[in-house]
Design a protein around this ligand. Structure first.
Ligand code: FE2
Length: 402
């Protein structure tokens, strides 16, 4: 009997130790993998904290105290894990072993991504009905986007893939993509040679003579695309209006707004905004990306090329979206093709037909999937980034019809 009692007590003791051990493991994992932990601030050494603020001043603008502390904690853990004193001591490559930047620090990269993310958010808040994004979460997600999974989870509670299903997660993802795409295309990575852009060179028009287009349709285009007034090159502006008027007049649509607001004829459309809203937004987001790299990384752009490229990237859509064309193509796809060609290819045709420069025609032609078969220009790549960012973010923000 006594032996049985002793065994029972010993068993109880072992179970108690097991439970305590499991509780300890659980507590450590909670702190490390991102469930809110109270009093986390005390864990970050004040000296390291000051250095992080100096490198990433945006952290201090996060209003939610818990979120802010978690960002500090994640960066402090990252520094101690790598044996770095400051964020500026860290490598500047996209991932371990990949090519680093020629100039600039890890802090410069993160700050740039945050500025891009905030520019996207601000533009969408100002121009998209019902768009909402938690600015604190946009900042936190973008500030931590380049961290390893455990530290990222510490801040956001989930990994990057799961977070990309949210508006703020998608904004951070697209800012990260825009940054590295531009670092690559702008020859900012080591060993990439120098980029000399003839940005001041005047545009060479493909055709000398302007094309006659329907005047009423053209007036509608001028109303639909107010961003075109930002173009300094008057000839470019007039031909941009010609291009849209010519494209619309060859379709069943009178105005850009008459087309459904979607990326392709079958993809989900914007609930409240129009195709014109999309086109205008792409031009503005592209300008925001270009300005970021001009101001902070010394790249040079022809601003007119960026604006015109943004406003013309979908100039071929009236053809691809036209219900009459689609009915014809659907009736006999083996004869006509379905569609006969996508808006990108048709857009390049429209641009050249109204005599726009080949450099501009390249943008509608290569901004989407068709561009993967050729080498895109840097401005075309920016437009592609802005275009995809727009659809991904509006999708996660719940602004597209299901
Ligand atoms: Fe587009």
């Amino acid at each position: 009997m006594n032996t049985l009692l002793r065994q029972y007590r010993a068993g109880k003791q072992v179970s108690r130790y097991c439970i305590m051990f499991l509780l300890l493991i659980w507590s450590i994992s909670q702190v490390y993998y991102g469930v809110p932990a109270q009093g986390m601030a005390q864990n970050v050494d004040e000296g390291i904290r000051r250095l992080i603020i100096k490198s990433l001043p945006e952290v201090d603008l996060i209003k939610n105290k818990d979120l802010k502390e978690r960002v500090y904690k994640a960066w402090a853990l990252t520094l101690s894990k790598g044996g770095y004193k400051r964020i500026e001591d860290m490598p500047t490559s996209m991932e371990p072993g990949s090519t680093p930047l020629k100039k600039g620090t890890r802090a410069d990269i993160v700050c740039s991504m945050v500025r891009i993310a905030l520019a996207f958010t601000k533009d969408m808040e100002d121009n998209l009905a019902d768009f909402e994004a938690d600015m604190d979460k946009v900042r936190a997600a973008t500030l931590c986007y380049s961290l390893d999974t455990p530290e990222f989870k510490l801040v956001m509670g989930v990994d990057k893939q799961a977070l990309s299903g949210t508006t703020h997660g998608q904004i951070a993802r697209r800012a990260d993509m825009a940054f590295w795409t531009m670092a690559n295309f702008g020859c900012l990575l080591e060993g990439a040679g120098e980029l000399s852009l003839p940005v001041e060179a005047p545009f060479v028009m493909w055709e000398k003579e302007r094309k006659q287009v329907d005047e009423t349709t053209r007036k509608g285009v001028i109303k639909s695309l107010p961003e075109a007034t930002m173009l300094k090159d008057q000839e470019l502006r007039e031909r941009l209006y010609d291009a849209w008027a010519f494209s619309l007049s060859k379709s069943s649509f009178n105005r850009i707004e008459d087309m459904r607001g979607s990326g392709s004829p079958d993809s989900p459309a914007l609930k409240q905004s129009t195709q014109a809203d999309h086109i205008r937004a792409v031009a503005r987001l592209a300008v925001a990306i270009a300005e970021e790299f001009e101001e902070h990384f010394g790249l040079r752009f022809n601003r007119d090329e960026v604006i015109a490229g943004g406003l013309l990237h979908d100039v071929g859509k009236p053809f691809e979206f036209d219900p009459e064309n689609r009915k014809r193509w659907q009736a006999n796809p083996r004869i006509t093709g379905y569609p006969t060609m996508r808006h990108s290819v048709y857009g390049a045709y429209i641009a050249l037909a109204v005599g726009l420069p080949e450099r501009i025609a390249h943008i509608p032609g290569a901004h989407s999937r068709e561009g993967q078969f050729i080498e895109r220009s840097m401005v075309c790549e920016i437009i592609g980034q802005a275009d995809h960012a727009y659809w991904d973010i509006t999708d996660r923000a719940g602004l597209l019809q299901k």
